[in-house]
Design a protein around this ligand. Structure first.
Ligand SMILES: Nc1nc2c(ncn2[C@@H]2O[C@H](COP(=O)(O)OP(=O)(O)OP(=O)(O)O)[C@@H](O)[C@H]2O)c(=O)[nH]1
Ligand SMILES: [Mg+2]
Length: 231
């Protein structure tokens, strides 16, 4: 499906600031990469959402994702160029089972998606969250919840207040949006930009903390970030 060298690519994704041979603190030379995975039932619109963010449009036709599709977008946050590396994962068990370990390895943020017109996809979030927790994803890794297909207003099955309660209980932000509706495109962007922004703040603090410690840089997911995210 893809000829990409997954192992090498992930190596860079895992420790963006440490890739290459230069100083990890030299941000002017190295572009940091944030790995964000998109998880949820098949058919909820993960491919369409990631395509909307990275490609700026709604794909006419999609097929079930096999394994993973990689999408990247270069963004600039407060003057720093950052590469957002989006992992569009497969929802179908048979297309994902050999890949699951790779999805969660060194992940920086997780986007859980359900379909607002399909209650089952909302109920299954519990299972997706369990899978994520089962892969030892540190609690400091930000997670957000996305209800997709809001353009189908007559078919909505998952009420906003129910989704909000669930998101609150799991300490996640909720975005209700549509990959299809062009008017929602900014909202789709804000899902990923909000995460990138949080990661930038989090990782800058980590750099400073470890620098003070012993002059060397070590990245750790365990250090609690101060919440200065504007979202
Ligand atoms: N109306 C509407 N349809 C959507 C929206 N997003 C996706 N779809 C449709 O939903 C179907 C599934 O979309 P995909 O993005 O392929 O779903 P997926 O979650 O990637 O599915 P898997 O790859 O099997 O896990 C397609 O027919 C899309 O056109 C949306 O916001 N609104
Ligand atoms: Mg897909």
């Amino acid at each position: 499906h893809t000829s990409f060298d997954l192992e090498n690519w992930q190596g860079t994704a895992g420790h963006p600031a440490l890739s290459g041979s230069g100083s990890a603190l030299d941000h002017s030379v190295q572009t940091r990469i944030f790995k964000i995975i998109v998880i949820g039932d098949s058919n909820v619109g993960k491919t369409c959402l990631t395509f909307r963010f990275t490609g700026g449009s709604f794909p006419e036709k999609t097929e079930a994702t096999i394994g993973v599709d990689f999408r990247e977008k270069a963004v600039e946050i407060e003057g720093e160029k950052i590469k957002v590396q989006v992992w569009d994962t497969a929802g179908q068990e048979r297309f994902r089972k050999s890949m699951v370990e790779h999805y969660y390895r060194n992940v920086h943020a997780v986007v859980f998606v359900y379909d607002v017109t399909k209650m089952a996809s909302f109920h299954n979030l519990k299972t997706w969250i369990q899978e994520c927790n089962g892969h030892r994803v540190p609690s400091a890794v930000p997670r957000v919840l996305v209800g997709n297909k809001c353009d189908l207003v007559d078919q909505i099955q998952v009420p906003s207040n129910v989704a909000l309660k669930f998101a609150d209980a799991h300490n996640m932000l909720l975005f209700e949006t549509s990959a299809k509706d062009p008017k929602e495109s900014q909202n789709v962007d804000s899902i990923f930009m909000c995460l990138a922004c949080r990661l930038k703040v989090q990782k800058s603090l980590l750099h400073r903390d470890v620098e003070r410690e012993d002059g060397r840089v070590r990245l750790s997911h365990e250090t609690e970030p101060r919440n200065t995210c504007p979202c």
